[in-house]
Design a protein around this ligand. Structure first.
Ligand SMILES: [Zn+2]
Length: 183
């Protein structure tokens, strides 16, 4: 199995699969994100988060408890925020669970206000949800839903475009491998 985590991190059960997810550049505003490559049904386990436990937060850490941060600059730390996310993190088990059915080609999202007391860096949210809270800074400074506010930086077609590119690249790679093996 091709890992999404580097070799210095021990393999754990339910690690994210290369076949199921892809880390990629989404756009200038949001930077990198995680794209889902197959369908998942509501309530199913997406993957277990790996990383290094630290007592201080980093840009890519997720809070597991008071003063306990799991630093993952490789995968789970790249999951983008949404005020209406398609996944949530169970900090007891470190499992990411689908909050609804997820289709191949969607960006994976979570709600940063659910796990973090205070964010490493607060930001203006552009998730496009009608339940968007505007500024995201962590649960201790959680903002109420701003009715009627729908700022969206990522066009609805973008994830589909990214998905098509990723799958084409992988098909290409598989074809080249097949050719190389045949000759
Ligand atoms: Zn939002």
């Amino acid at each position: 199995m091709k890992r999404l985590y580097p070799d210095h991190l021990p393999v754990i059960p339910d690690e994210p699969c290369w076949e199921d997810f892809c880390v990629l550049d989404v756009d200038d505003k949001r930077g990198q994100g995680v794209l889902v490559l197959r369908d998942f049904s509501q309530g199913s386990v997406l993957f277990r988060m790996n990383g290094t436990l630290k007592t201080e937060m980093t840009l890519h850490s997720l809070q597991m408890g008071p003063g306990l941060h799991l630093d993952d600059p490789y995968f789970a730390g790249k999951v983008l925020h949404s005020c209406e996310p398609n996944s949530w993190l169970d900090t007891e088990t470190r499992l990411f669970i689908a909050t609804r059915n997820i289709a191949a080609g969607e960006l994976l999202t979570m709600d940063y206000d659910e796990t973090e007391d205070v964010l490493f860096r607060s930001f203006r949210c552009c998730c496009g949800s009608s339940r968007c809270r505007g500024t995201i800074g962590g649960r201790l400074v959680r903002q109420p839903v701003r009715r009627g506010r729908r700022r969206q930086s990522v066009s609805a077609e973008l994830p589909a475009k990214l998905y098509a590119t990723v799958m084409a690249e992988r098909q290409n790679f598989a074809d080249q491998l097949a050719t190389a093996t045949a000759s």
